[in-house]
Design a protein around this ligand. Sequence first.
Ligand code: SF4
Length: 349
Amino acid sequence: MSSTEVKNFTKKLISWQRSQGRHHLPWQINRTAYRVWLSEVMLQQTQVATVIERYQAFLKRFPSVSDLAAANIDDVLAEWSGMGYYTRARNLHRCAQEVVNQFDGVFPSDPKLLETLPGIGRSTAAAIAVFAYGESAAILDGNVKRVLARVWGVQEDLSKTAAVKTLWLHAESLLPKAPEDLVSYTQGLMDFGATLCTQNKPACIDGSGVICPFEKDCQAKKLSLIDKIPLKVKKVKVTSVDINWWILIHQGKILLEKRPHQGIWAGLWSFPEKLDLPLSAKKIELPTIKHILTHRRLSIRPVQVVVSKKLSNLDPQLEWIDFSELKKLGLPTPVKSFLKNSNLVRDDV
Ligand code: SF4
């Protein structure tokens, strides 16, 4: 694409953002590196509406990077509970500790330094550098890749390194020269991809009558390739997994297992899936729960086991937890909803 068209893209996007972009998201107010970083990480795999709800609560509980660094990881996971992709929460915690230990509690402004921190990739580093420090750096998250690929008609598989490299070069060449335009431009890319040039219903074909500022130049539109760009790569194979949940309650306490730091629901509390039970234990089968994860389709068979006395000699990862303490723990979504909705037989009420 010629430099004139590139210039127009940047200019049009800035003007679109100023008149039609988003200006009142909670993380756009009082932008600090901590707040920008938190919102960026939350938005990576969670819908904006959910992030709006959860962001304020997280900030209330951990108002600063040093509060987060000093917190117990279990409290961080509990606050993150329900948002999925828990590696993000563990990385947030580790990153906060590194910012405190290596940078005296102040996020660096150099995107290259930001990228060295846990959980911060190149695009997130750029977003923090632009929004918090006014640096000139290009973002390229999934939405931006889609927008650039459509406007410039990039038909390659965007999971391939060469295609991504080309898009990074594009993204860098599009940056506005005037420092005062950087925030509107970067926010514009985010807003445009999230609200107008969406994956399945971009404004130019959704019949809403909303005019896309790039409609005349957009290669995907001109060549009727909107549904082909970005190229859809083969979906990840989803495997079915059957698991048991052994549910034991004794004198107002429930037996939970702290999951290992790798694998599904790493570091969260769930029901034991393997347990040596006394032969006399009475078992009550409860309705099966279906739960879908990115790569797995879980079929969970909860079985309540009625025991006359507390099991002893338990593995160290197992713990009897008081019901009143459950809300303080990081629990996977299906465990949370099971505890909320099932009629467990309690021996203390
Ligand atoms: S014309 Fe359609 S596909 Fe192209 S940028 Fe605009 S909304 Fe996206």
